[in-house]
Design a protein around this ligand. Structure first.
Ligand SMILES: Nc1cc(-c2ccc3cc[nH]c3c2)n[nH]1
Length: 244
């Protein structure tokens, strides 16, 4: 997978060179390209923002540098185009399902906004030749898109074949598709500062262990994410098909 990230703070994305994503990049599973948006400015101050039409506080990112950046990274006459992801609080929710969908893309480009956001015409212009998704990583407001890109790239990269050691661990995670939160995990020692590992996990009885883990997943989901439990109930009751 090729990844291009455009930002005015490329150093913010240095974390992509670390750990799992960094390993994927070094092994060739990921081709990560960081771009400084100011490379496509032409004035002495390397200006990327201006005042908003219609008034209001703050500044808006100018379309011209973004247009030139997109054209340089993904030439309009090129054989293929990336899928462009634009982090924004006003976007569609980033979910594990969307992470899987994006992990199947051969080429992703991320546009990191700052200030009050990017001139809306940039997404419209890009949409003339590539798929554009405006995506939110949660209902809270950051100062820019870089942190959101770090979150999304990690969630996507770990789904790529060969990136994590044991792909089986993907199937039992929270939000892994059964609609329940994952169960609590334990390791040695069996007792620690007066806290014991649940006996069932030391029993060696895999049937009982699986049953306990499922019950714990349901308990946790009911306690912390009742919204997921309602959806999970519908799936179990077979109400999730289109006919319902
Ligand atoms: N989910 C979420 C995204 C953002 C975000 C994304 C881009 C920009 C640009 C300026 N402020 C931004 C905030 N906040 N919260």
């Amino acid at each position: 997978m090729r990844l291009d990230v455009v930002t005015i703070f490329p150093e913010y994305l240095a974390a992509l060179d670390v750990s799992l994503v960094g390993k994927a990049a070094k092994s060739g599973l990921l081709d990560i390209n960081l771009h400084d948006l100011r490379e496509w400015t032409h004035d002495r101050h390397r200006t990327v923002d201006d005042t908003p039409y219609g008034g209001g506080a703050g500044m808006v990112m100018k379309p011209e540098p973004w247009g030139e950046a997109l054209d340089a990274i993904a030439p309009p006459d090129g054989p293929t185009q990336p899928r462009l992801i634009v982090p924004t609080p006003a976007g569609r929710p980033f979910t594990q399902e969307l992470a899987y969908e994006l992990a199947a893309e051969p080429w992703l480009a991320f546009a990191c906004g700052r200030y009050e956001g990017i001139d809306a015409r940039v997404a419209s212009y890009a949409g003339e030749r590539m798929r554009v998704d405006e995506v939110s990583i949660g209902d809270y407001v950051l100062n820019g898109g870089e942190v959101a890109v770090l979150v999304m790239v990690e969630a996507i990269a770990r789904l790529l074949p060969g990136v994590i050691g044991n792909p089986e661990s993907l199937s039992e995670e929270s939000h892994s598709g059964d609609g329940l939160l994952e169960y609590p995990v334990y390791t040695k020692p069996p007792t620690w500062r007066g806290h014991d590992v649940p006996d069932v996990l030391l029993s060696g009885n895999h049937g009982l262990i699986a049953e306990w883990r499922h019950e714990e997943s349901v308990r946790r989901t009911a306690e912390r994410r009742p919204d997921l439990l309602a959806a999970w109930g519908d799936v179990v009751a077979g109400k999730d098909d289109a006919s319902s």
